[in-house]
Design a protein around this ligand. Structure first.
Ligand code: ADP
Ligand code: MG
Length: 349
């Protein structure tokens, strides 16, 4: 199912707006992540799509049809909440079959059919054999998969997930991430997925919608978002970035009273330059490439990279540079080493 959201706004009180003129379209079968900090309006938007929240203005279309007058139950959406909200006294199989068992008599499948459908879905989420357990007898990751199977049982046109892995530990989160992507590719449901974790959004989604203070900052593929962020907020939100507030004149950018060595001309006027940690090279003093003189104040291992905190001699906040672990192994840095931070690439706003 295709979803079009047109100029959607919602305010809970006079203090501020939860959603402010949201426009976006989600293609049939697409997996879109809503990414933003806590309180930015992600849950409100998801609930509005589900019909659990009434917008003040704007429209939501499912396959071109305005669904304003359609009740939650008639929108054919599967919803998975942050706290899985399983029924504690029901077995796993009864939980999964619940949505079908409460249908009006006319559309309710026979008991045996509901049970068969529940077992089929439990196989899909790799929980076959656990049909007769209660939620208390499952791990957090298993419970979340039951919640997903329950949402899928009604064969929804849209699957809506609100921080579904938020309550789980990092390792299980990662596993379920790959697993959800795989499930989506097999079932092909249009899926909207809320998260505040940029890594989760970029790894999982076909496109990511970045929400900030109730506004849509950008909706784009992970590669586009990373390569061409539309706003300073996105630059900072996507992580590990250095910001330089400069005034540029005659091609020279002045930062803290010094000409900042840049790999390309900077547009004239006042600007904020963003340089990602991997776009800032740490060089030994005396190398041919110009940069910002300073010294190493911190060395942190971060997976396949080493993060260096560099204190610039010109003052300002600590700079963060990323060194690939292989380079680090052949030429290790340590606290107190003199270093030159060379800007390899930047984005100006
Ligand atoms: P997110 O899911 O991105 O953390 P929410 O959509 O839950 O953000 O909330 C967006 C804003 O709307 C917040 O400022 C929040 O306090 C407010 N809000 C959300 N739900 C309600 C409500 N039921 N009543 C009043 N304010 C609300
Ligand atoms: Mg939320």
């Amino acid at each position: 199912m295709r979803i079009d959201i047109c100029n959607l706004s919602k305010a809970f009180d006079s203090a501020g707006r939860a959603l402010n003129g949201i426009d976006m379209s989600i293609a049939d079968g697409e997996l879109v992540a809503l990414l933003g900090p806590s309180g930015s309006g992600k849950t409100t938007l998801l609930r509005a799509i589900a019909g659990l929240e009434t917008p003040d203005s704007g429209e939501i279309l499912f396959d071109g049809e305005n669904v304003a007058s359609r009740d939650v139950r008639d929108r054919n959406v599967g919803f998975v909440f942050q706290s899985y909200a399983l029924f504690k006294t029901m077995t796993v199989q009864e939980n999964v079959g619940f949505g079908l068992s409460v249908r009006p008599r006319a559309t309710r499948p026979p008991k045996a059919e509901i049970a068969a459908r529940a077992r089929e879905l439990l196989r899909l989420v790799q929980l076959d054999g656990l049909e007769d357990r209660t939620p208390a007898q499952l791990s957090g990751g298993q419970r979340q998969r039951v919640a997903l199977a329950r949402a899928l049982a009604i064969d929804p046109g849209v699957l809506l997930l609100d921080e579904p892995f938020g309550a789980l530990d990092a390792k299980v989160r990662k596993e379920l991430r790959g697993w959800l992507r795989d499930l989506h590719d097999r079932t092909g449901h249009t899926t909207v997925f809320v998260t505040h974790d940029q890594e989760e959004a970029l790894e999982l989604a076909d496109r990511v919608a970045v929400i900030n203070r109730g506004r849509l900052e950008q909706i784009a593929t992970p590669a586009e978002l990373y390569g061409a962020p539309a706003t300073p907020f996105i630059c900072e939100f996507l992580g590990s970035v250095n910001a330089f507030d400069v005034t540029a004149e005659g091609g020279r950018a002045l930062w803290r009273g010094h000409a900042l060595p840049l790999p390309a001309p900077c547009p004239a006027g006042a600007a904020r330059l963003f340089v990602r940690a991997h776009e800032l090279a740490a060089l030994r003093p005396g190398s041919a490439q110009p940069g910002i003189p300073g010294s190493v104040e911190g060395v942190r291992l971060s997976g396949s990279h080493v993060r260096l905190d560099i204190r610039a001699a010109w003052g300002g906040p600590l700079l963060e540079a990323e060194v690939p672990i292989l380079d680090f192994d052949s030429h290790p840095w340590k606290r107190g080493d003199a270093a030159v931070a060379a800007i390899l690439a930047f984005r100006a706003f």
